[in-house]
Every structure is written in C-alpha cells, then in structure tokens.
Design a protein around this ligand. Structure first.
Ligand code: ACO
Length: 333
C-alpha cells in the first residue's frame, strides 16, 4: 500500500473528521467533497452561496446530498463568530464591523469554525495563494502550545533511492518563512519530526542543512545561524536525533558522511532535511521533484494549533482528497 493509501486508510478509522473546504464553488473541491464522503475519509463542509455550490455540483453530476453547505454571509453563527473574532483581534485594532465583514470571507469563516471546534481541520488553496490561506489561520487558530512558528513541509518520495527511509524524506521549511531565525529553525526541526512520525510512521533523523559541514565553510553568519539552531534544538528537544551543520551530501550519503562528518552518528542517515531558509527549501524540493521525478506531498502546514492544509493551485481532485485525509490524521495526532 502506498503512503497516501495508508493515510486515507488511517483517516477512515478516525472520529474527528469534519473538514471545512472554503473554496466551495471550485470544481475540483466539489468533486473531492463527494469522494471524501463516499470513501468515508472525512465529513466535508463546503462554504459558499448554496445555489452556486449546488449549481456547480449539478453541472458536474456530483452528488452532494451528504455534504453540508454553509453560506458564510447568511450563516446562523456568523454574528457569534464575528464577536469572537472581534474579541480576539480588537487589541490589533479590529473593529466589530470589520470582524462582521471578515467572517463573510470563507477563509476567515472556515478558520473560525476550526478555532471554535465546529470543524477539525481546513483545506484550501486550489484557487487562493498560500499567503491568503495562511493569514486567517495564523490570526485565529494560531500556533500549537510550545511552538511559535508555523512552517510548511513536504513528504518527498524519491523513486529507486536507498537514502533516507528507502527514498522517503521530509523537507522543511519549503513554504512559509522566508528567513527563519536560529530559534525558528530549531522549532521547524521539532515540528517536522512530528510530521514525520504522525503522517509517515517514520523515526526522524534530522539534518540541519548548510553549505558547510562541521565548520568546513569557515565563519559566516549563515553557517553560524544553522549551528546555533542545532545547539538550541539539541538543548530544547534532547530526545530528537538531530545534528548539523551538514551539506546535503554529508547529511544523506554514508560514504560522504564518513569523510566530512566522521564524529556524527546522524550524518549519512538523515531522513528529515531542515533547510536554512525558504529560498533553499522551496528551490530544493522543486529540484528533487522535477529532476529526480520524486513525488512531493504537501505543503503540510505544521506547528498550527489545529490542522490547516494548503493546496497547490495546480492540484488535482485526488490531491485534495489526500490533503483532506492528512488533515483528518493530523487532527487526532
Ligand atoms: N508562524 C506563526 N505565526 C506567524 C507566522 C508564522 N510563520 N507568520 C506570521 N505569523 C503571524 C504574525 O505574528 C501575525 O500575528 P498577529 O496578527 O496575531 O500579530 C499574523 O500571523 C499575521 O502576520 P503578518 O505578518 O501580518 O502576515 P503576513 O502578511 O506577513 O503573512 C505569511 C504571513 C502569509 C505566512 C507570509 O509570510 C507569506 O506569504 N509567506 C510565504 C508564502 C509563500 O509564498 N510560500 C511559497 C509558495 S508555497 C509553495 O511553493 C509550496
């Protein structure tokens, strides 16, 4: 069974299954909602004007009889959610009228459903940018206890590869933080370990990546940052199997690790790669996806108090089903 089939199977067995899909008039999302119900992976809520959502479904021949549809601008709970949003954000200058307007936006309404436990997770991004999906969630659902930074990881499955966990890796941060601090990098390592365990059943071995291995690059603030992040992570999360700073080859390849990082028991065995910044992470995952023909599953948003998952705008119906299944699995983790 492939990893994604395993994740769908896990989701079927879970109880917290209410996943809100704010892009309720988007065709792939409507098709995915039908499949989620049919395959008992999730109980989706589609957001949008009811006639428009059902109109799209009718055109597509999709059966939404078992899918809840909520129109945020007419919802019975709109006023109470607006008041909650206002209470939460008034110190940031939000007025009650602005809050009322914001909850009419499906991305804010959906985030508030998750915040108030009326839904267990949110999946969007088929037509909205990562930033647009993230901002309402960051402002309302916020980060998990003990975590200050939300980041985005990818599960990378590289064909015909013996490195990592037989070709399976977690790459992070590939989606959110342009220039993380050393503290944030340490937290990204922690959250990525959690993703590796909960979604991949993987025992994480984490490499903090750089263009230098154990001092080979001399002194530079970029290397210092990764070194500091490694120290912080080791101190704060002593149970993690983690080391750095490593170049990618020293992290992944046992033979290279032996010569470049002979004292490290993590070098050469890494399956969770923590990139020093978003440029490196985003470019890195796309290169591996395109050149090594790897399957790239994500971005998986990690560190959020409750699961919110972003989609790529090029996503397929199947991708939406898979991401919703991940959301269900994460909701119980
Ligand atoms: N973790 C936790 N909280 C955060 C984070 C974070 N990474 N970033 C912002 N916040 C919080 C802020 O503290 C703020 O909270 P507050 O309003 O309660 O004080 C709130 O979120 C909003 O922050 P802003 O700074 O106003 O939001 P901003 O407009 O900077 O947006 C965002 C944040 C959306 C994450 C932005 O950094 C972004 O767009 N990142 C890049 C996304 C991207 O384009 N990725 C690449 C494409 S994805 C791909 O290829 C897979």
């Amino acid at each position: 069974m492939s990893l994604l089939e395993q994740i769908r199977e896990k989701a079927r067995q879970k109880k917290k299954k209410i996943i809100v899909l704010p892009e309720g008039t988007e065709e792939r999302t409507v098709k995915a909602a039908e499949i989620l119900v049919k395959e008992q992976i999730a109980d989706p809520i589609l957001l949008g004007v009811e006639d428009e959502v059902t109109g799209v479904a009718k055109n597509l021949g999709v059966d939404l009889s078992k899918v809840r549809i909520i129109d945020p601008s007419r919802a019975a709970d709109a006023e109470s959610l607006a008041e909650k949003l206002y209470e939460m954000r008034k110190s940031k200058g939000l007025t009650i009228d602005e809050a009322r307007n914001l909850v009419k936006n499906p991305l804010y309404y959906g985030s508030m459903l998750v915040y108030t436990d009326a839904a267990h997770g949110l999946v969007a991004g088929a037509i909205n940018t990562t930033g647009d999906v993230l901002r309402p969630a960051l402002q309302t659902i916020k980060t998990a206890p003990g975590v200050s930074v939300v980041s985005g990881s990818f599960i990378m499955i590289v064909p015909d590869c013996e490195l990592g966990d037989k070709g399976m890796f977690i790459f992070a941060d590939c989606a959110v933080n342009p220039n993380p601090t050393a503290e944030q990098l340490a937290e990204i390592a922690y959250s990525s370990a959690e993703t590796a365990r909960s979604l991949c059943g993987m025992e994480p071995r984490i490499g903090m990546l750089s263009y230098s291995t154990k001092g080979s690059g001399g002194k530079h603030e970029d290397i210092e940052k990764v070194l500091k992040a490694t120290e912080i992570a080791k101190q704060r999360y002593p149970d993690l199997i983690l080391d750095g700073e490593f170049q990618a080859d020293a992290a992944l390849v046992p033979k290279v690790a032996k010569s470049k990082a002979p004292g490290s028991d993590v070098a050469g065995r890494v399956n969770v790669l923590i990139f020093p910044d978003l440029d490196a992470g985003n470019i890195g995952y796309k290169l591996v996806q395109r050149l090594a023909k790897a399957e790239a599953i994500g971005p998986i948003l990690q560190g959020m108090a409750k699961p919110v998952n972003d989609l790529s705008r090029g996503c397929s119906v199947d991708d939406i089903v898979n991401v919703a299944a991940m959301c269900v699995v994460k909701a119980q983790a």
